[in-house]
Design a binder for this molecule. Structure first.
Ligand SMILES: Nc1ncnc2c1ncn2[C@@H]1O[C@H](COP(=O)(O)OP(=O)(O)OP(=O)(O)O)[C@@H](O)[C@H]1O
Length: 262
């Protein structure tokens, strides 16, 4: 049997904000991500999606349960598990090529090889002409592609993305989704992507993990059985859209109700 790229086993996360009562963000979550699988996490605001990514990235500890990457317990950050945020977190004082090369220096790649890998990866994401530009000279979509290049250069087994396209306009977002599917196929990495967008989930995912309102639990896991590229005109696409809208409606109501009580 193939080992899961990521295995989430009965994971709970409790945050204890200073001077306030503990918050149970995630409660007894279990699911696996297969090697090369594209999994989307969908759920109402505050249900713990980002918390889960931080824990898989090794930036936060689980309160209970176990997290494994390729059969090994996750105890700290690793180049095997890249994390990309909504706003590309590039160093503004470094060129795009140096931003990509910087991650490789942490991996102890020899300096001459770093530049080569950076150039090669930036070409793959269509930024071969932008090597010596600084991040603020690029558009939002280009900065996100540079952030993808920085993560991909490390050859991660798992690429995690926290609402990576939420700040982009509709057209750029659609192009970035196509771009992401292309690099996903090329790299063979597993992807775990958080989104609030039902359409993004249907366009991208092999499987969608739907979370309940906080504390986040797995409400259901829906495989998207549509050929790629996915056509929003397809009646089956509409059926998925209705299914997710119904699944989320109850949870969003619950999340609001809780906020009103607080
Ligand atoms: N560093 C932290 N310290 C304390 N509480 C936190 C921390 N990070 C998250 N939380 C709390 O955990 C809960 C889940 O937050 P999280 O950001 O993981 O949810 P989310 O599903 O990603 O939300 P959104 O979709 O709005 O980004 C929230 O109640 C949040 O306030």
């Amino acid at each position: 049997m193939t080992r899961a790229a990521v295995s989430v086993q009965n994971v709970s996360k409790r945050w204890t904000p200073e001077g306030r009562a503990p918050v149970l963000a995630l409660d007894d979550l279990s699911f696996d991500v297969a090697p090369g699988e594209f999994v989307v996490l969908l759920g109402p605001s505050g249900c713990g999606k980002s918390s889960l990514l931080y824990m898989i990235a090794g930036l936060e500890e689980v309160s209970e349960g176990r997290l494994l990457c390729d059969g090994e317990a996750i105890v700290e950050p690793s180049a095997e598990r890249g994390l990309i945020f909504q706003e590309a977190s590039l160093f503004p004082w470094l060129t795009i090529a140096d931003n990509v090369a910087f991650g490789l220096s942490i991996q102890h790649v020899l300096p001459e090889r770093r530049r080569e890998i950076a150039v090669e990866t930036l070409r793959r994401v269509g930024l071969g002409d932008m090597l010596d530009k600084k991040p603020d000279e690029l558009s939002g979509g280009m900065r996100q592609r540079a952030a993808c290049a920085r993560a991909l250069a490390m050859r991660p087994k798992v690429l995690m993305m926290d609402e990576p396209f939420a700040a982009l306009d509709v057209q750029t977002r659609a192009r970035m989704q196509d771009f992401l599917l292309q690099i996903w196929r090329d790299s063979g990495a597993s992807i775990l992507l958080v989104t609030h967008s039902i359409d993004e989930a249907i366009s991208l995912a092999d499987r969608v993990v739907v979370f309940t309102a906080r504390p986040g639990r797995v409400k259901t896991i829906v495989p998207i059985e549509l050929p790629r590229p996915r056509q929003s005109r397809d009646p089956r696409y509409h059926a998925y859209r209705d299914q997710f809208a119904d699944l989320l409606a109850d949870e969003v109501d619950r999340a609001f109700a809780e906020q009103e009580v607080v």
